[in-house]
Design a protein around this ligand. Sequence first.
Ligand SMILES: [Zn+2]
Ligand SMILES: [Zn+2]
Length: 168
Amino acid sequence: MTSFSLRQVRLRPGEEHREALEVELVPYEFGGQRYVPVPELVPAELVITRATTGTVFALAFDARLHGPCYRCLGDAVLDIPIHAREYQASSPDDEELTTPYVRDDVLDVSAWARDAVALALPDKILCRADCAGLCPECGRDLNDEPHVHEEHEADPRWAALESLREEP
Ligand SMILES: [Zn+2]
Ligand SMILES: [Zn+2]
């Protein structure tokens, strides 16, 4: 787990502190599939800036996840550049002005990084933007074997099969 003790940094308003860290990333369960970070340990830059009324934290790193493509189930690699910011008021009078990642002067960089990647995940993880996916008729990969099937709506035998298929 990566954390950073804020006691080692004493900043006056307007000053900033830059820290090079390594962040350990975690696998994500997404749409019933598992996506693993490669590598698990990535270099990150933490910038702490003291403002008049509080402290701004900025965390930047590049995450890369490997897992199955949503459409074709082939290997997908997703690069996610992370630029996350948090703010902690010096004398917070409401919840809005505190970050959940600072507790007892320690910044929980791992938890922040985990959430930042989760927030940055796209709706669908694809092997490539125009992945054609699997054929809904026969299951073959339409990227490797582009094809269409004959229209069969008119054939009552197919209609019967189709209605069976729609049963959950
Ligand atoms: Zn795909
Ligand atoms: Zn097909």
